[in-house]
Design a protein around this ligand. Sequence first.
Ligand SMILES: NC(=O)c1ccc[n+]([C@@H]2O[C@H](COP(=O)([O-])OP(=O)(O)OC[C@H]3O[C@@H](n4cnc5c(N)ncnc54)[C@H](O)[C@@H]3O)[C@@H](O)[C@H]2O)c1
Ligand SMILES: O[C@H]1[C@H](O)[C@@H](O)[C@H](O)[C@@H](O)[C@H]1O
Length: 343
Amino acid sequence: MTLKIGVIGTGAIGRDHIRRITSNLSGGRITAVTDVNEAAANAVVEQYGLDAVVYPDDQSLLAEGDIDAVLVTSWGPAHEQSVLAAIEAGKYVFCEKPLATTAEGCRRIMDAEIKHGKRLVQVGFMRRYDSGYVQLKQAIDEHVIGEPLMIRCAHRNPESGPNYTSDMAITDTLIHEIDVLHWLLGDDYKSVQVSYPRKTRHALSHMRDPQVVLLETNGGVLITAEIFVNCRYGYDIQCEVIGEDGIVKLPEPSSISLRKEAMFGTRILMDWKDRFIEAYDREIQDFIDSVGRGELQGPTAWDGYIAAVTADACVKAQESGQREEIELDEKPALYEGQAVGQA
Ligand SMILES: NC(=O)c1ccc[n+]([C@@H]2O[C@H](COP(=O)([O-])OP(=O)(O)OC[C@H]3O[C@@H](n4cnc5c(N)ncnc54)[C@H](O)[C@@H]3O)[C@@H](O)[C@H]2O)c1
Ligand SMILES: O[C@H]1[C@H](O)[C@@H](O)[C@H](O)[C@@H](O)[C@H]1O
């Protein structure tokens, strides 16, 4: 069976997912699209030669579209409304991060899913599908390094856009570490503190960059996460887990090495789309396959909620300079067991 998919939001990642479904993946077909910028929706239909109807908004796409599932790839603040409408219509929904911009919004989505009685929502935390992170998780789960004690990581972007603000370092950028690290450790966060080193001259005047976030888990693991979104030299994701018996580290993306003019080196990628290209392919293929089986297995609305609660505490810690507590509601039964990523 071919899954008929509607896409809500045809910007950068919406187009990228349409490209992969149309040219790389199997079992899915784009049959409906919408964007508040109608020209963008029309352009993507033309660019990929889609046999798809362009709808004026998410409501009409969900009501009238010939679809089995939707991808929500609009701006973050628009996600909650589209996801709730998709659940109401009984459609499976893949939602890019953030699931909602507030913890209350994520709660409303969980409540709607619980009322529906079955998982319909997968959140776009694609790092769980990255083979490097999957290997780290395997090593941790198999106690290769004994108990994990500390994690050191860095999330570096070459440059931030003109509308990027200091809190987006958390809600837009660190949110990937927030998700993947609690998944790696199988542990929840307890507290957070944020510090600011000297500011780079490449950052816009209104923002703090870089930032250092210190997270502590319930199990006592200390995580230092550097966020540096104007590092200039590349898109660079680092993660090192220090355990009782050894250390495991995220591999560098594979690349040829070059010896030239008395130098030896490898290229560093510049774009998130390239760095995680295989992970995005796997997560969307997993969504298509899981919907086909009638049982989602990727990141859940509960994971979206954990990320939102943790991000709220991080933003509070940015402002207060103090250590802030992170407290979750009780985990609903619908989300028992750990959602997986795939190698
Ligand atoms: N998983 C990842 O690594 C990753 C990477 C990039 C972006 N994202 C997330 O994906 C989302 C989109 O990011 P982007 O980079 O594609 O942004 P973008 O600005 O390029 O595209 C967003 C599109 O959504 C449209 N839109 C806004 N509100 C809408 C609504 N109510 N209905 C329909 N369309 C609407 C806009 O017109 C725009 O075309 C963001 O939430 C972002 O955080 C995730
Ligand atoms: O939306 C993007 C995307 O999520 C990238 O993975 C992240 O590195 C960027 O900081 C963020 O702005």
